[in-house]
Design a protein around this ligand. Structure first.
Ligand SMILES: [Fe+2]
Length: 271
């Protein structure tokens, strides 16, 4: 499997360059794409992925939000529920525009699937060749959104980042109930900033690799977000249980210590 990262990057820059980058919301996704790519570089190093696989993984991270640009141009929103599924939109763009010389067939399939599934609530059953890359992109994407929210909180501009979510509104009862029952939340039940924060906290349970969860914990975001909730017993009890689950999840990841199928082939791990 191989992907030529530089060719993919050139294609991506050309593709994005056709959109109006002076629009702050479009510029934001361009920056996010490159930041997720950088998180992907950090993660593939921490995971000691072979260089060929790392190049495919980092490329997938860069491309993951390809669908966002035409989504915003066509609908003026990033809310998939009111427009299109941006993972599917990105998949379609790559199907028709991705340069064939930039990756072999196997890597192309990985890139297509990683883009398609990066935003779904749950990953379906995928082949062992594709799965690690989908997991990598989902972790890198989540981590960068945590970093982005932290930056915006520090700047006092988090409301601009999440225009659909009311800043001082309380938690939605529907979302609270959903998280209590399922340990995950859907955006259609989220209307306040606290709702979004609660959904984000549940992302920690959907992190796929130990270094990703470690980076998330080291960022201090989980405890910072937790401190923003009201001291009501029901909410505090939920958060307590959620953090116990995160600790359990981390132990499970450490003991799983997944070795992706590609690492056992011909290429030695890079050190
Ligand atoms: Fe996305």
């Amino acid at each position: 499997m191989f992907a030529r990262f530089e060719k993919i990057r050139e294609w991506f820059e050309r593709y994005v360059g056709a959109f109006d980058l002076s629009v702050p919301m479009i510029q934001m996704k361009y920056t996010h794409s490159r930041d997720v790519m950088k998180v992907g570089e950090t993660l593939t190093r921490a995971l000691e992925w072979p260089s060929d696989a790392a190049e495919v993984g980092v490329s997938a991270c860069l491309l993951h939000d390809t669908g966002r640009f035409s989504q915003y141009r066509d609908f003026g929103t990033y809310y998939d529920g009111a427009s299109v599924d941006h993972g599917e939109r990105g998949f379609e763009v790559l199907l028709s525009d991705f340069p064939s010389e930039a990756a072999d067939a196997e890597a192309r399939e990985v890139l297509l699937q990683a883009v398609r599934w990066h935003n779904k609530k749950n990953l379906p059953k995928l082949t062992p060749e594709v799965m690690p890359f989908c997991r990598l992109v989902r972790d890198a994407d989540k981590l960068d959104v945590f970093y982005l929210v932290r930056r915006r909180m520090d700047e006092g501009t988090v409301g601009d980042l999440l225009p659909r979510h009311k800043i001082d509104a309380p938690l939605s009862e529907t979302l609270l109930h959903e998280v209590e029952e399922h340990w995950s939340g859907t955006y259609k039940n989220a209307s306040s900033l606290l709702d979004f924060t609660l959904i984000q906290l549940t992302w920690a349970l959907d992190i796929n690799f130990t270094p990703s969860l470690q980076m998330l914990e080291d960022s201090g975001m989980l405890t910072r977000m937790r401190s923003q909730f009201p001291k009501e017993p029901r909410i505090q009890a939920l958060l307590e249980r959620l953090f116990v689950r995160v600790a359990d999840h981390k132990r499970a990841l450490v003991s799983r210590n997944e070795q992706p199928a590609f690492g056992r082939a011909s290429t030695a791990p890079s050190v």
